[in-house]
Design a protein around this ligand. Structure first.
Ligand code: BEZ
Length: 259
């Protein structure tokens, strides 16, 4: 039996995200310091997930709109934080009724393979003088894992699936040039290694792949899929597995720009 598109792409399961992948918003807390939200500002959180960082922005006294492409995430965010406005929307087609003092985004923009379109929507939604603060996967983010996936796809004769790669991990120069071409003034850029411990001990990498990497395994029969996961673990073990825990080789690109 081959895994269906639905089974492979249940990767935005809000319960799983809330539980085992909550480090995504925990790491976002230091990014909030860079945003520095102020009382009465109007701020949009793009890719808000289940709303934890939007809640912290609200607690600073700002008004918040959280948007996310995933309806399941937005429903969970609404359940958790009924005092915040959340909307399910694709950032590439984002047309807000109001302009924002600031736009914030954590761990979302690397899912958008048309960065110019996303940056244009964001620029248009910010007031003159407003700011955009974001963090995304940068160049060579999770390189060891991606190499492992590609190796598994080649080994099991599914090389065509390499084209399903959903991620965009830009270099500093590539991303700042897109931002500047759009008209932003770049104020801060940091590119740094952030090895990230995955939950679930020995199962950590396997569960991360199930949550986030389903696109690569489209139409792969279930038995081969399981063998591919083992192949990827074998390839990554030497670099990413230490003392019974997996550490994903995240590299972050953090930016603060002004309109
Ligand atoms: C990241 O946050 O870098 C990331 C998360 C899931 C898939 C790919 C990258």
């Amino acid at each position: 039996m081959a895994l269906s598109k639905y089974e492979k792409n249940k990767n935005w399961d809000a319960d799983l995200y809330n539980g085992k992948h909550s480090y995504v918003s925990q790491y976002g807390e230091s990014l909030l310091k860079l945003l520095d939200p102020k009382p009465n500002e109007i701020i949009c959180d793009i890719g808000c997930g289940t709303g934890d960082l939007a809640k912290q922005i609200l607690e600073s006294g700002a008004q918040v709109l959280g948007i996310d492409k995933s309806e399941s995430m937005i429903n969970e965010a609404k359940n958790k934080y009924s005092d915040i406005q959340f909307k399910s929307q694709d950032i590439k087609a984002f047309h807000a009724h109001q302009k924002f003092d600031a736009i914030f985004s954590n761990a979302t923009l690397h899912w958008i393979k048309q960065p110019e379109q996303a940056i244009m929507s964001i620029f248009n939604a910010i007031k003159p003088g407003g700011r955009f603060v974001a963090e995304l996967g940068g160049q060579d983010n999770i390189k060891c894992i991606v190499d492992g996936i590609n190796s598994a796809l080649d080994y099991f004769n599914f090389s065509n699936n390499k084209g399903n790669n959903p991620w965009y991990f830009p270099s500093v120069s590539e991303y700042t040039s897109i931002l500047e071409k759009q008209g932003f003034i770049v104020r801060e850029v940091v590119y740094y290694d952030r090895p990230t411990k995955l939950e679930d001990g020995e199962e950590g990498l396997r569960n991360w792949l199930k949550m986030f990497a389903g696109f690569f395994f489209e139409n792969v029969p279930l038995e081969i899929y399981n063998n591919m996961l083992t192949h990827i673990e074998d390839k990554c073990q030497m670099h990413l597995f230490k003392n019974g825990e997996w550490f994903a080789d995240y590299k972050r690109l953090r930016i603060k720009v002004e309109k």
